[in-house]
Design a binder for this molecule. Structure first.
Ligand code: AIR
Length: 207
């Protein structure tokens, strides 16, 4: 990485290390700690066009923490810092990253530009916008030309969480223990939604 890009990247870097203890069948988060990352081997790289995106997408980190997947978060912009994006994506595989999640709003070209510079799978998160409701982000993330795939999650709703879960599924293809934990998580949904249904039925009867 050239010096200017390196300086720029370290100035805008947010790194997270997580320690999550999941107990119970539905993997409810009983304890969550977040601290500056001391591990140097993140498997998932989250990049976002602006620090202003983080509050809208932070559930992606929560999903990864649920499965103890180490990740890093960096701010970089396809338009404001294109050389940083290029360097990051080009070096990502060599640094041990296995999946990249790219979030941006408006003219959201970050996921596409990252995908142009890496062979790692790229998951786009179209960030909701005030002016066009995130349709701008969605279309600029998802309408990729053939040969350069980017998968996209939903704007808002479960989008950021699903980006994290999808990264876990990708990593799980080469990690039987992670696959087992994901299957356990899916089985836990039966109990979770069953409880919701029970509570709903009680409410209906009382009304
Ligand atoms: N953005 C930044 N560079 C390129 C794009 N598309 C996006 C950010 C954010 C929005 O522009 O991802 O969603 C506004 O950024 P800011 O920094 O002005 O708050």
């Amino acid at each position: 990485m050239n010096r200017a890009a390196e300086r720029c990247l370290s100035a805008i870097q947010l790194r997270y290390c997580s320690s999550t203890i999941c107990r119970g069948k539905n993997f409810a988060l009983k304890e969550k700690r977040q601290q500056p990352m001391s591990q140097s081997n993140p498997k998932v790289g989250i990049v976002m066009g602006s620090d202003s995106d983080w509050p809208k997408i932070e559930k992606v980190g929560a999903a990864l923490r649920e499965f103890d997947v180490p990740f890093e978060v960096n701010v970089m912009s396809a338009h404001r810092t294109p050389s940083v994006v290029c360097e990051y994506a080009t070096n990502a595989e060599g640094r041990g990253l296995q999946v990249i999640i790219a979030a941006a709003g408006g003219a959201a070209h970050l996921a596409g530009v990252v995908a142009a510079h890496t062979t790692l799978p790229v998951i786009g998160i179209p960030v909701p916008t005030a002016d066009l409701g995130g349709m701008d982000s969605l279309l600029s993330t998802v309408q990729m030309p053939g040969d350069v795939p980017v998968v996209s999650v939903a704007v808002g709703m479960g989008g950021p969480r699903n980006a994290g879960l999808f990264a876990v599924q990708i990593l799980g293809t080469g990690d039987p223990e992670l696959r087992r934990r994901f299957a356990e998580f899916k089985a836990g949904l039966i109990e979770k939604i069953g409880n919701k249904n029970k509570a709903f039925q009680q409410k209906l009867q009382a009304s």
